[in-house]
Design a protein around this ligand. Sequence first.
Ligand code: FES
Length: 82
Amino acid sequence: MENSQIERRLLVCQNRTCRKQGSAKVLATFHKFDMPNITVEKSGCLGKCGNGPMILVLPEELWYGHVEPQNIAVIMEKYLLG
Ligand code: FES
């Protein structure tokens, strides 16, 4: 199966520590893109608070820390859209 055909969930932590580190902007930026087969969701604490904003991609369990809005296009191109 091609990378882009897998149904994925992309969780963006919106708990307190990640919010202080800018996770609301990260979530808003992901929502701007039309990503087939990827559902973007806000999540509670992902347990890696020192590295926020944190995102987690399921089902592969890919973790990304210190995600900035300007990095999102690269993450999508390299890892999510195949
Ligand atoms: S607050 Fe985001 S991982 Fe804990």
